[in-house]
Design a protein around this ligand. Structure first.
Ligand SMILES: *Cc1c(COP(=O)(O)O)cnc(C)c1O
Length: 383
């Protein structure tokens, strides 16, 4: 962890907001196990730091997408339960056993493969969560006979523990009956087989919209970080989530154009008259998409300034008022939900969603952690 960085583009991560979101969502489901989803580097916030912070505040269960991500948590001292939501190659089952990671079994064939790959090097058990396909057709099976045989296979193997059964909603953020139908399908399938310790289907949107207690765990990702999956979920939600991410930078250079002069590659933007252009040290290699041309960032005095011309790999230019100066701070993503630079507006502008906007913020941008017992910097590049 390096405390140093040498460019003014930074992501402020409000860990206290993450903790508040955790508490608010847990309060909606006081009896369910909270599984904090910290895959994709905790949606760009930093998985080790987020997991560490939450573990100290009561979260005892984390989920990631890959075995590598799970091992990363272990190598940085996270000792809580970790489940891999993706399909680990069955031949790598021994690595999961070594690091005490729970894995997902998507079908019977995977189990047979995992079983025959066990080399007995680690005389420990491995926790298995069976994945049910309730309509999304991504991972898992809907065949009750197959699931019954999987449970038998697990029960007959002294190293396997049947710990969970789960599925994933395809349309939890949409106002339709698809969600209820998938939930019914999940109940039909799981109701026909032995019930393990953990039964779970709710992601963020599912946890915010479904209050039923058939399941005893929830898997929360995006809303832990303060974002609703859709306007619909925001409109029906009982909790006011607190966005945790701010992306800001500072002006590094300034040019005054006269009429007809252009800006950036291809000179696609032309000055209509005298125009002041400021250069920001952030580009598409940081996660600011080329499609963000035209998006308005905010100067500290409150002026909104559009990104003009093409976004470059390492910089972007904005059109600013005469009063702007080198060194001025610029807000690109604001943690205020009502701000014109909110995550929602930022994402809609480039026709994407907060999940993508967050996870493409690259390792080049240092993360500055705020909150109780925080106030430190993580710069992945100089780590
Ligand atoms: C990513 C993921 C989640 C978390 O989804 P959010 O919408 O971010 O809450 C839960 N379950 C599975 C299987 C996932 O892949």
């Amino acid at each position: 962890m390096s405390e140093k960085y040498y460019r003014h583009t930074v992501i402020d991560v409000d860990l206290e907001a993450v903790d508040e979101n955790y508490r608010m969502i847990q309060n909606l489901h006081p009896d369910k196990t909270f599984i904090a989803v910290v895959k994709a580097n905790a949606y760009g916030l930093g998985s080790v730091t987020v997991a560490d912070y939450l573990a100290a505040r009561g979260v005892g269960f984390f989920a990631v997408a890959t075995l590598d991500e799970a091992i990363e948590l272990r190598m940085h001292g996270i000792r809580e339960k970790v489940l891999v939501l993706g399909a680990v190659p069955p031949e790598d089952i021994n690595k999961a056993i070594q690091h005490r990671i729970a894995v997902t079994a998507p079908n019977l064939e995977w189990l047979y493969e995992a079983c025959s790959s066990m080399d007995g090097r680690y005389d420990k058990e491995v926790w298995i969560h069976i994945k049910v396909n309730s309509g999304m057709n991504r991972l898992g099976t809907s065949d009750i006979g197959e699931i019954s045989r999987m449970i038998e296979e697990i029960d007959n193997n002294e190293h396997f523990i049947y710990e969970g059964i789960y599925s994933h909603f395809s349309s939890a953020d949409i106002d339709s009956d698809v969600n209820a139908r998938e939930y019914d399908e999940f109940k039909r399938i799981t109701g026909a087989v032995k019930r393990p310790r953990y039964v779970h289907i709710q992601n963020s949107a599912g946890a915010l919209r479904v209050k039923d207690d058939y399941c005893n765990a929830i898997r929360v990702g995006i809303s832990l970080y303060g974002y609703y999956t859709s306007g619909y979920i925001e409109s029906i939600s009982e909790v006011k989530l607190k966005p945790s991410v701010m992306l800001s930078t500072k002006v590094t250079d300034m040019h005054t154009l006269s009429e007809g002069e252009g800006v950036s590659y291809g000179l696609t933007h032309r000055a209509q008259g005298r125009e002041k252009i400021a250069t920001l040290p952030i580009g598409y290699a940081d996660g600011l998409l080329r499609r963000q041309t035209g998006y308005e960032v905010r100067l500290e005095d409150g002026t909104n300034c559009p990104i003009t011309g093409r976004v470059c790999m390492d910089s972007a230019m904005i059109s600013v008022p005469e009063s702007a100066e080198i060194g001025d701070r610029v807000i690109i993503i604001d943690p205020e939900r009502e701000s014109e630079q909110s995550m929602e507006n930022y994402s809609v502008y480039s026709e994407t969603i907060s999940y993508e906007s967050l996870t493409i913020l690259s390792r080049r941008i240092p993360r500055i952690y705020r909150g109780e017992k925080a106030g430190f910097v993580h710069n992945e590049v100089l780590k």
